[in-house]
Design a protein around this ligand. Structure first.
Ligand code: F6P
Length: 516
């Protein structure tokens, strides 16, 4: 597999020229007036997701060059290498196979290395779903407390909230991630040892926040009359030995080829499996698998993750936009922005390429957002009239799962109106009421929010991050940037106890002394 970094291709210079000679001043309103087919040309169906890309600063020629760029960079080969199980996470010498977690079991008789790994995946999946079923049927367990952080928290939390209307009544789900004891303490005030199941979710089973919370939960459990740790604690981890040392009998494992932020499809998804049951969880996996198939097989020109990822490159590296706002118009998707933040920024927030060479162009944008319509009454002012252009990604759902009259129509009217207002703007000589318009947005549309469509939406986002990371020449699957803080925290913790500030910078020393 040969990967060529985007800035080392001839097409990169072609795109720079295109940007300088028209891309920069592109007006989508004029483009719509000139091209009756613009909506069709710039929309794309993918499994369970329809995308309207037409309100972006993009024309046919730019798209053509972006597809050429992707081919020159070896995007297809890189994608195929991931799906072939090559060790594309070079800095950790690991394969990248979260997609295997959602593949159907291998057909009988197929006996290659991936087939035997897939068979193992299904053994764990079946066991985990059977366990989820026993928890669902156990009326004495009313509260499930997931203790985990990063990928071991954001995925299951986002998905359990998103699929709230599918959640089994009578079970309450709590997510504790922060080492700040206020978070765990608040949950512990609301639950009882005999009716609580603690899930200790940690790929490594060493993360300081999770281990600290897990130990405190166990202490609280024992101090408050809890007696059967085996029944009330389960672990979701690749480090089965550490979980058993902790005293946990029930463990669901996974593999080093599942990155933390890609782990909701693994045993880390157990809270979701308990919440929505085995058929629901399997539907979640199946929706993601359909998106995998689309990403693997659709031509680049009709490939939604590819089209989104290329747009991300166009905006970041040519227009110079430094952020993207995600606006889910569905209150159940309220943790989607946080989930996507980790996915995008931990994957592609890097300043050197996979060979360790410094990059001379920008990578991951800042990803942020809030559900609509709330965002409209907070930061949309800046999106419409601020000095910076921030591409917005709207997510809308056609059919609601409530029957309150009028609400959903109003919600959909708002999401359409916001995308329209960003584009059309408003001329006003007075200045303050002037909206420049021509502000880009992408519109992702689901028919309904179900386990299947959520699975497809999340897999879509994973693959679009793969696409931009691939063109940028990154290893999107490591996260060395989180390590330094962890090391320094250990040092600072010791200093907080002793008061020793020798050899550290004056600011940290000054603050440390005030905090003692
Ligand atoms: O913040 C770094 C990180 O390693 C994430 O990538 C990961 O999702 C999180 O910590 C939690 O790690 P673990 O599941 O091993 O506790």
């Amino acid at each position: 597999m040969t990967r060529i970094r985007c800035d080392r291709t001839a097409t990169w210079r072609g795109l720079q020229n295109l940007f300088a000679t028209g891309g920069q001043t592109f007006d989508m309103r004029r483009a719509f007036a000139d091209d009756a087919d613009r909506f069709t040309t710039f929309s794309q169906s993918a499994p369970h997701v329809f995308a309207d890309l037409s309100k972006n600063l993009l024309d046919r020629e730019t798209q053509r060059l972006l597809f050429a760029l992707a081919r020159q960079c070896g995007l297809e080969e890189h994608r195929d290498a991931m799906f072939a199980g090559a060790a594309i996470n070079e800095t950790e010498q690991r394969r990248v196979m979260h997609w295997l977690l959602r593949s159907p079991p291998p057909p009988v008789g197929v006996q290659d290395a991936l087939a035997s790994e897939s068979a193992l995946v299904h053994v764990v999946l079946d066991a985990m779903l059977a366990y989820a079923q026993t928890v669902r049927e156990d009326d004495t367990i009313t509260d499930i407390v997931n203790i985990g952080i990063g990928g071991s928290d954001l995925g299951p939390q986002m998905a359990v909230l998103a699929l709230d209307s599918f959640v089994l009544p009578g079970k309450r789900f709590h997510f504790v991630s922060n080492v700040d004891g206020h978070e765990l303490a608040a949950v512990l005030r609301r639950v009882k040892p005999q009716s609580t199941l603690f899930l200790i979710a940690s790929k490594t089973f060493t993360t300081i926040e999770t281990m600290t919370n897990a130990r405190s939960a166990r202490q609280w459990f024992e101090a408050n009359g809890g007696s059967d740790i085996g029944r009330h604690f389960a672990a979701l981890t690749t480090n089965v030995a550490a979980a058993s040392e902790f005293g946990i009998r029930t463990t669901f494992g996974f593999w080093d080829w599942v990155g933390g932020r890609y782990s909701v499809w693994s045993a880390i998804g157990l809270p979701l499996a308990i919440a929505i049951g085995a058929p629901g969880f399997r539907a979640f996996l199946a929706g993601a698998h359909e998106m995998d198939q689309h990403f693997r097989s659709a031509a680049l020109e009709q490939n939604l993750p590819v089209r989104l990822g290329l747009l991300d490159v166009w905006y970041r590296n040519f227009h110079g936009f430094t952020s993207r706002s995600i606006a889910p118009y569905h209150s159940a998707l309220r943790r989607l922005p946080a989930y996507l933040q980790q996915l995008e920024m931990e994957s592609n927030g890097k300043r050197v390429d996979a060979q360790g060479q410094a990059l001379r162009f920008g990578t991951a944008p800042v990803l942020w957002g809030e559900p609509g319509t709330n965002g409209q009454h907070a930061f949309f002012q800046m999106l419409h009239q601020g000095t910076d252009t921030v591409p917005v990604e709207f997510v809308a759902v056609k059919k609601p799962r409530h029957d309150l009259p009028g609400h959903h129509e109003l919600l959909l009217a708002n999401v359409l109106a916001q995308a329209q207002a960003l584009m059309v703007g408003q001329r006003d000589t007075g200045g303050h009421k002037n909206f420049p318009g021509n502000r880009p947005s992408t519109f992702l549309l689901l028919d309904e929010l179900t386990p299947t469509t959520l699975g497809a939406l999340i897999a879509l986002q994973e693959h679009r991050v793969f696409v931009s990371g691939s063109l940028w020449g990154l290893n999107s699957f490591d996260q060395w940037g989180v390590e330094l803080g962890k090391v320094l925290a250990r040092d600072v913790q010791a200093r907080l106890q002793t008061g020793d500030v020798s050899g550290i910078d004056a600011s940290t020393a000054g603050l440390l002394q005030r905090l003692r």
